[in-house]
Design a binder for this molecule. Structure first.
Ligand SMILES: Cc1cc2nc3c(=O)[nH]c(=O)nc-3n(C[C@H](O)[C@H](O)[C@H](O)COP(=O)(O)O)c2cc1C
Length: 372
């Protein structure tokens, strides 16, 4: 139903937006969505290029989370951006997408404690700020495996991880991406360092807030130095509890992060507002506008958006860009459907993740567009 208060034709949701040196066709962002269809070596190919090309009408696509190093990998058949074959594979994707008029950032991922020895080179333990096991499972190539107690990183290993982010940024640039998004959300390595419930370190990367923020700020500074702030965004999820995450004072932790990252000149702050376990606006909330003001640049709002909430967010100017995740899975032409207020297709839950490295079109590239 058309919202009687805001019609699509009055809204700037469907009009261009300037993000750094890019002109996005509209203010709709496709969220990063892990689909596990990049084969055992994490090299994207023509199937992935087709999937992203089908969604090229999004103003900006945040590509699926992409491993910055072999150590960062925490799920089978996820793509990487740490070797030349992966760069060449991603080049197919970015060239195809650009030819269709789209823009794409690469989401830089290190899964930290949510990996598993079956996915680690040499079968070693995954690394983390502290030896605290999360509840849940890694999706290995042999099936789901319960998380293990990780090995705490030595202080002198951390510079190497920052370097891995820098190297992944250099490769993302060589692969033709328009920018990178630092994955600071959802309980992966960076988030594990930030939040008080997963970081019990006693060195300069743990304990006080200043220390818990050191890793994300060092990574952001390195990535900005590598490519320039116009090409660097970050995603955070201050209240998401997925992967056993908890922070004693999220308003202060993430308020401070937003301000510091704004000063480093990142082009956007992408916030998963609330918890993915609750519908939009339900459950605990932070003052998201305070984060936005503290950051000062482009603010991307995600989590549970519908056509109505997206139009309302632009009418109230509570976010610059509106990010949709799940609706893009079954609706490659989501932007046109939202603009024209046409029905959305439902996701087939059984084919979200591609378990078979040889296949994967079903539930990936075979969702139809509505006839014009
Ligand atoms: C299948 C699936 C895969 C996801 N993969 C990622 C990912 O790779 N990186 C990430 O930051 N979030 C990921 N998410 C979270 C989404 O980006 C998004 O935050 C979440 O789905 C809420 O937005 P929505 O209500 O519009 O779907 C994933 C979610 C789903 C359902």
């Amino acid at each position: 139903m058309t919202d009687p208060l805001v019609s699509a034709s009055d809204s700037d949701l469907f009009r261009p937006y300037r993000l750094g040196d890019l002109t996005l066709a509209n203010r709709i962002v496709m969220a990063p969505l892990t689909r596990r269809r990049a084969g055992p070596a994490g090299v994207p190919g023509p199937l992935n290029a087709t999937y992203y090309r089908q969604r090229a009408t999004a103003g900006l696509i945040i590509g699926e989370a992409t491993n910055i190093s072999p150590q960062g990998k925490g799920n089978g058949w996820t793509p990487g951006i740490f070797n030349d074959a992966q760069v060449a594979g991603w080049r197919t994707v970015t060239d195809t997408l650009h030819a269709a008029g789209g823009h794409i950032f690469c989401q830089l991922w290190h899964t930290g404690r949510t990996s598993h020895p079956a996915l680690q080179p040499g079968g070693v333990l995954p690394v983390a700020p502290s030896a605290i096991r999360a509840e849940g499972s890694s999706f290995t190539e042999q099936g789901p495996r319960p998380y293990v107690t990780p090995r705490p990183l030595h202080t002198d290993e951390i510079a190497g991880i920052v370097d891995d982010y820098r190297g992944a940024t250099r490769r993302a640039r060589a692969a033709g991406f328009d920018g990178v998004e630092i994955h600071g959300a959802n309980g992966y390595l960076i988030d594990q360092f930030i939040r008080s419930g997963s970081n019990f370190r006693t060195d300069r990367y743990g304990g006080s807030l200043e220390n818990r923020l050191r890793l994300v700020l060092e990574i952001a500074a390195a990535v900005v130095d590598e490519w320039g702030g116009d090409h660097v965004g970050i995603r955070i999820s201050p209240l998401n509890q997925a992967n056993s995450m908890h922070d004693a004072d999220p308003a202060t932790s993430f308020g401070t992060i937003a301000e510091r990252l704004g000063r480093l000149g990142l082009v956007y702050l992408h916030v998963l507002e609330g918890s993915t376990r609750a519908p939009r606006g339900q459950g605990p909330q932070l003052d998201w506008q305070a984060l936005r003001r503290g950051f000062g640049g482009t603010y991307i709002s995600n989590n549970g958006h519908t056509r109505a909430t997206a139009l309302a967010a632009r009418a109230a100017d509570s976010a610059d860009l509106i990010c949709f995740g799940r609706p893009f899975i079954a609706n490659p032409d989501l932007v046109a459907r939202l603009r024209d207020d046409r029905p959305l297709a439902e996701i087939d839950q059984t084919t979200i993740y591609g378990m078979d490295p040889a296949g994967g079109e079903a539930g990936y590239t075979d969702y139809a567009e509505l006839p014009a």
